[in-house]
Design a protein around this ligand. Structure first.
Ligand SMILES: Cc1cc2nc3c(=O)[nH]c(=O)nc-3n(C[C@H](O)[C@H](O)[C@H](O)COP(=O)(O)O)c2cc1C
Length: 194
């Protein structure tokens, strides 16, 4: 029997994205974001508070990177989600993370995280109910150690963490349960009559 939970953000898993941008002074601003998702083949939408230091930096320079947090760097990813660059001027330096400037966009690439998307700011979509930072993914960088023989990111090697909105846990599981566009093919064939 199902119980009523009220208004709950019942989507699981949520990603743990680490967003990084230079502000107009050239300081690295970085934050943790779970409310973000691919919204077109070359676009990512991030639902960020307009007052975050990182959001302001993205507005100022028009570029950012989005890294996937892995289990090894969970503490650093969590830290950038607890402390604000609005309060702590050397927030990034204190994270223990390292960065190099992207060769494609005016934004820092965080060295510790295995995958990062290099993005230019496509638009800030602001409506009555939405504030979304939309980026165009210009390129994706991945450490060789997380790639399979075909050069694709292997989730088992990535060891990315996911965020649970119910109890605020971080979860890691690269276990493959099935293949998309395939697990339902017997049902689809029966429905389509072929
Ligand atoms: C797990 C986790 C997920 C978060 N997701 C978001 C998010 O999707 N959007 C957002 O605006 N803030 C999110 N935050 C909060 C920001 O990361 C946090 O307020 C951060 O300190 C902002 O840093 P800044 O002001 O230096 O940019 C999240 C924090 C954590 C720990």
């Amino acid at each position: 029997m199902k119980k009523d939970l009220g208004t709950v953000q019942a989507v699981f898993p949520m990603p743990v994205l680490v967003i990084a941008a230079y502000d107009k002074a050239g300081t690295i601003q970085t934050m943790n974001a779970a409310w973000g998702q691919i919204c077109d083949t070359d676009k990512i939408a991030l639902f960020l508070d307009a007052d975050h230091a990182t959001t302001k930096a993205i507005r100022e320079t028009g570029a950012f990177t989005v890294a996937l947090a892995d289990r090894t760097h969970m503490a650093e990813a969590d830290y950038v989600g607890i402390v604000s660059g609005n309060q702590v001027a050397d927030k990034f330096a204190r994270s223990g993370l390292h960065a190099a400037k992207s060769s494609r966009v005016n934004a820092p690439v965080l060295e510790e995280f295995p995958v990062a998307m290099e993005c230019t700011l496509a638009e800030i979509a602001e409506t009555k109910t939405l504030f979304a930072v939309v980026g165009t993914i210009v390129n994706t960088l991945a450490e060789e150690r997380v790639l399979d023989e075909q050069g694709k990111v292997d989730p088992a090697k990535l060891d990315a963490i996911a965020f649970d909105q119910f109890r605020h846990g971080y979860y890691a599981s690269g276990e493959k349960a099935g293949q998309a566009w395939n697990a339902g093919s017997a049902l689809a064939k029966a429905a389509l009559g072929r």
